[in-house]
Ligand binder design. Sequence first.
Ligand code: G
Ligand code: G
Ligand code: MN
Ligand code: NA
Length: 255
Amino acid sequence: AIGLDDLAAALEAGQIVPFFQPQVSTDTGRVTGFEALARWCHPERGVVLPGQFMPLLESHGQMGRLGEVILTHALRALHGWDAAGLDVGSVGVNFSPAELRDPKLIDKVRWQLDRFDLAPERLTVEVLETVIAATPDDGVVRNVNGLAALGCRVDLDDFGTGHASISATRRFAVSRLKIDRSFVMKVDRDPEQQKMVSAILTLAEQLGLETLGEGAETRGEHAMLAQLGCGHVQGFCIARPMPVEQTVDWIRMYE
Ligand code: G
Ligand code: G
Ligand code: MN
Ligand code: NA
């Protein structure tokens, strides 16, 4: 079994890095960003998914170190894409509830953006809908809205599953709803799914929020999301999360 010491050593050794999954505009068909997703590149086990190691970090209050590592790699990748002359837009980073309570979060993010010479709007802060749906912690409200005031974008992740009230959505400076994969699945073949996605898209439009459909696995799902007016799509039908080394060739091939 994986122990906390193994994880600390892996973080120290640089074995835990983000893979990057593209997000594309349904309007232009072009890449508008990448989501950074943590992967442990284990010398013997191969690629270990976050479900296998994040719960241990979470239960020991150690998500901060992971967050720092992933943010650093994500911003370095963005700097690299800029240097390669690619117009990649933004990078999405998942912020855990513990990080979102850190009173130093805004300073840390600002320092990291400066370090890589990036405008704040290049960073999309992904916040789980469940985090803002719960009676929001003052520290979390201050951090999310502070990052938004700095110019970062805020994605509400797994939208539709977290029972966020509309008023909670208003209290946070959210830029985009990421429609959970459970609604996207079979959206091209299941009228009930279509109704759910349409309802979320209408809500987003009324609130002036952008939208992204998550986990589109087929061309049919992608096409239906576009037809219904969803702004962006992310999913295996476009690409699986990939190591940073593969991203440049992938973008050139895709576009
Ligand atoms: O990539 P995958 O589907 O295995 O990710 C599973 C879950 O882990 C997703 O919900 C994703 O949000 C979460 N996750 C992946 N990377 C990170 C990370 O760097 N930080 C946090 N807090 N969550 C992450
Ligand atoms: O942070 P979030 O929960 O949105 O993380 C997205 C998760 O969904 C990642 O773990 C990623 O690997 C996964 N994912 C992305 N696209 C697809 C897809 O098309 N199908 C499935 N099953 N999972 C996906
Ligand atoms: Mn996410
Ligand atoms: Na999700």
